[in-house]
Design a protein around this ligand. Structure first.
Ligand code: PMP
Length: 340
């Protein structure tokens, strides 16, 4: 076989648990509430390339995110945009730093382009010490710092004053705020993109909008930075169907707000139920809970009962459970009770 390049030869493919299930609480997807009756497509021309600049979509996103269309670049999920930015800014060997545990794909994107990923340990309670990040970021001369806020998988929310401190302290590294879950916590720094030229915010329609299957994400930064990065945008990256559907979704912001409010209520209810069952439940600003279970091998045991959650092995075993619908959460709790 022809060999892959050295930096990617050691990679493991992204693991997706492809087993039959009754309840899927393993990938932080949203519910299908926005376009559940399908979406309307009056006329579209599949023979033509889509609008490469996603103009209408960016206009509608700008209204939701409180910025202007010139501040936005759309990607095939925020995954594509994170990869593109790391690739565009990092020469081989340059450093990209984030806390660990955090979203595991940051390391993969670094490996893909030969950047060096540096993971900075969170505290024992998974809180993130911003002074440590600032000190290490400076010391190690990092090209990019990525802060996932709220953090996946731990749910930790970095307070706004800490994010501002980071931005005030570091101006010679790119700072990416991965806000994939910010819709569930109202913690966002999109309003600061004009103040800090080195700030890039990543958002996605995969979670709060319940549109993971469409693959639509957004990179939000000041106009100069967006224009600069446009050089490396893949042409026609968002297909026609996804553009149309995402535009319609963005015409229903009231429903999105209603939904995220409901998820927060359900998150609180699920937290209480799990605590009653002697789980350690960490504070979470996302549409998921990060937990330590009193039941050994919970992941496998629930999977055998058709309930999918995620397992993480750090110092010990932890689980991440997506907040489902009321019905899904009920099934989860019933199955856990039976296992006890
Ligand atoms: N960032 C974080 C923290 C995530 O958890 C995810 C998805 N799991 C992404 C980015 C990528 O999301 P998408 O590509 O669906 O926009």
């Amino acid at each position: 076989m022809i060999k892959l390049k050295e930096s990617v030869e050691k990679l493991q493919a992204y693991f997706v648990n492809d087993v039959p299930y009754r309840v899927k609480l393993d990938a932080n997807e949203g519910s299908n509430y926005l376009l559940k009756d399908g979406f309307k497509i009056d006329s579209f021309k599949p023979n033509l390339y889509p609008d490469s600049d996603s103009k209408v979509l960016r206009e509608k996103m700008a209204r939701y995110y409180g910025c202007s269309p010139e501040n936005i670049m759309v990607g095939n999920g925020s995954s594509e945009l994170i990869n593109t930015v790391i690739n565009a800014f990092c020469e081989k060997g340059q450093k990209v730093m984030s806390f660990v545990p955090s979203f595991s794909m940051y390391q993969t994107y670094c490996d893909l382009c030969g950047a060096e990923y540096v993971g900075l340990e969170t505290e024992r309670d998974f809180s993130q010490n911003i002074d440590k990040l600032i000190a290490e970021g400076r010391k190690q001369n990092t090209k990019i710092i990525i802060l996932c806020n709220p953090n996946n998988p731990t749910g930790y929310v970095t307070p706004r004053e800490d994010v501002v401190k980071l931005l005030d302290s570091i101006n010679n590294s790119l700072i990416i705020l991965d806000e994939a879950y910010a819709d569930f916590s109202e913690i966002s720094v999109i309003d600061l993109i004009d103040k800090y030229e080195n700030l890039i915010v990543m958002r996605t329609l995969s979670k709060a909008f319940g549109l993971a299957g469409l693959r639509v994400g957004a990179m939000i930064a000041n106009e100069k930075t967006v224009k600069y990065i446009w050089k490396v945008k893949i042409p026609y990256n968002i297909n026609i169907l996804s553009q149309h559907a995402a535009e319609q979704a963005l015409d229903n912001i009231d429903k999105v707000k209603e939904y995220t409010k409901r998820v927060k209520e359900l998150r609180q209810e699920l937290r209480e139920s799990l605590k009653e069952l002697n789980f350690k439940v960490y504070p979470s600003g996302g549409n998921f809970l990060f937990v330590k279970s009193p039941i050994e091998n919970l992941f496998e045991k629930l999977m055998a009962r058709g309930v999918l959650i995620r397992e993480f092995k750090f110092d010990t075993v932890y689980n991440r459970i997506t907040v489902g619908t009321e019905e899904e959460n009920k099934i989860l709790i019933e199955e856990i009770r039976e296992l006890m």
